[in-house]
Unconditional design. Structure first.
Length: 123
């Protein structure tokens, strides 16, 4: 179960790394993807969003590596990542009114959370 959780975390971590890099390095393309018009305020928000996405991606990769190595902190971090992604999806769906983006995060967060809580910690 832990190896599967690690693989899910590695795969899940790639998307925020890609999107975060795009927000920071390919700003016009990022605006096009998230359907926003350019302005100074939007630039600041998209830049901050990019940094947050990079952080989430790194956390998922770290959790995956730690779970793979059998560290109990990896399970804890995997649970935290799963819950964060699940809540993120719910907020995107309900507050931002973007079900096309929210549903994917809800499913991904739920799957990671369930697998992380099923996996046993090595204590």
């Amino acid at each position: 179960m832990k190896k599967l959780l690690s693989i899910l975390l590695f795969l899940s971590g790639l998307m925020p790394l890609f999107l975060g890099t795009m927000c920071l390095a390919a700003y016009p393309k990022a605006l096009e993807m998230i359907k926003l018009a350019d302005s100074p305020d939007v630039f600041q928000a998209v830049s901050l969003f990019g940094v947050c996405l990079l952080s989430l991606g790194v956390l998922q990769l770290l959790a995956g590596a730690w779970v793979w190595q059998g560290k109990s902190a990896g399970i804890t971090l995997a649970r935290l990542c799963g819950v964060m992604i699940l809540l993120d999806g719910i907020l995107i769906y309900t507050v931002v009114h973007r079900p096309d983006l929210g549903i994917a995060d809800i499913v991904k967060g739920a799957v990671l959370t369930v697998f992380a809580f099923i996996a046993k910690s090595d204590k």
